[in-house]
Design a protein. Structure first.
Length: 436
């Protein structure tokens, strides 16, 4: 562990700590002098909070509030105390601006260091950071986490695969921080080019949804490159809450992530009603920043779908765990009355050995009856390609319970995306060109 006392804290002690943080936060926000917080917390008093269950009596926060108060209308400290801002990577409208005090930056770094240690990092490692730097929280978040750990950071950022592979080999990096899609691209290129001397052992991969089959493919590919086992571990965060480091998967208990709930408190609610779901049931993840100074959020509706996991773990961490994300409430596709998550489709695609891995999901809205199409690359040809397409249609229908059209294309047909979050789902409306 990076911080054994905090990460292994008795759960009753942590709940008392959380409640103290929450009461202090509500008191501070109510007295901040910011009209946003005065309106949001009208009538709320710290003394009314006697347990963490009372958090449900406070209002939710949604992403539109960031846009409505753009750029810094949600500040809870004087502007002079802000030392950094980041912004969301959204592609529509104004970005969401998030601010940090010096202490916020310190906590941000420490939680990313925890995530790195979860994946297997040590202070003796060299760690290659291939997330984008700049306004996006990924690159700098993990970079400062590496430094907080005492390891050596390689600030490679995204793109330029030949340079990335050269740096990985020349500097002997043991850890890779990147999106899952870029990690897969790098591994595939290393295999194709026969790149030698890469010594990677683990990856801290996030910023986009990814499935268990993609994990297996990434781990197998890097193991082929290095000749060693490779652990691909999930990391989770949102710019509105902090950035990466809200939650992380440990290499010895994959499948669920520890939420660092001494700083960020999780709830899971029914997306429709906002009421808490029964323990272990799936719902929308809601997060409250207990220690954030510059721009806290109360009960932020992330839009991410998950559930609490209560299985024991061997590492001794006592944080709440959440299952790896099922998908997003707003990304859920409704096709002929059936709810379909893109990750379910990815699971089928990456389980199929006849496919090359690159794919797109097309929601065809050109006619009244919405259709779903998967476009995937394959090296197979002729009759084998037709058999593969039939098999894929069958498996997709079994998995998502709705018919899916399948188009198989040659390897290299679909554009390669080297930077940013990989876009997998495309809408095709009447009058638009084909989206690939």
């Amino acid at each position: 562990m990076f911080d054994p006392e905090a990460e292994g804290q008795d759960r009753d002690e942590r709940e008392a700590l959380q409640l103290g943080h929450l009461r202090a936060l509500v008191g501070r926000l109510g007295a901040s002098g910011n009209p946003y917080w005065e309106d949001k917390l009208a009538g709320a008093e710290p003394d009314d909070l006697t347990s963490m269950d009372d958090l449900t009596g406070l209002p939710f926060t949604v992403k539109d509030e960031f846009r409505d108060t753009y750029p810094l209308g949600m500040l809870a400290v004087p502007r002079e105390e802000v030392v950094r801002v980041h912004a969301s990577s959204g592609t529509s409208g104004k970005p969401t601006i998030v601010a940090y005090t010096r202490n916020d930056i310190s906590v941000f770094a420490a939680l990313n260091a925890r995530a790195l240690v979860c994946a297997g990092a040590t202070s003796a490692d060299t760690i290659h950071v291939a997330y984008g730097y700049g306004l996006f929280t990924g690159g700098l978040g993990l970079h400062f986490g590496v430094e907080a750990l005492g390891a050596m950071a390689v600030p490679a950022s995204g793109g330029n695969q030949p340079l990335q592979l050269s740096l990985l080999a020349d500097l002997g990096s043991r850890g890779l921080c990147a999106t899952p899609s870029f990690s897969a691209l790098l591994a595939e290129r290393a295999i194709a080019e026969g790149t030698a001397d890469i010594r990677l052992r683990y990856g801290v991969l996030g910023a986009e949804p990814w499935s268990e089959p993609l994990r297996e493919r990434i781990e197998a590919s890097w193991s082929e490159v290095t000749g060693e086992p490779f652990d691909a571990c999930d990391i989770y965060g949102l710019s509105e809450v902090m950035g990466p480091g809200v939650a992380a998967e440990a290499h010895d208990s994959k499948g669920a992530m520890f939420v660092f709930d001494d700083h960020v408190h999780p709830e899971i609610v029914d997306p429709e009603t906002g009421a808490p779901v029964p323990e272990g049931e799936r719902g929308e993840l809601v997060l409250t920043t207990l220690t954030r100074e510059a721009q806290p959020v109360l009960r932020y509706r992330t839009g991410d779908v998950t559930r609490f996991v209560t299985d024991d773990t061997p590492c001794g961490r006592t944080h709440r765990r959440i299952a790896r994300l099922q998908g997003r409430v707003d990304d859920m596709l409704i096709v002929r009355g059936i709810n379909v998550f893109p990750r379910e489709i990815e699971t089928v695609i990456l389980d199929e050995p006849g496919l090359a891995g690159a794919y797109r999901i097309v929601v065809d809205r050109r006619e009244t009856l919405v259709r779903l199409e998967v476009v995937a690359e394959t090296p197979t040809e002729g009759e084998d390609r037709e058999l593969l397409a039939d098999r894929l249609r069958h498996h997709l229908r079994e998995r998502v319970r709705v018919g899916v059209d399948v188009m198989l294309v040659d390897v290299g047909t679909l554009p390669v995306q080297e930077t940013g979050k990989a876009q997998r789902v495309f809408a095709w409306d009447a009058g638009d060109p084909r989206p690939w």
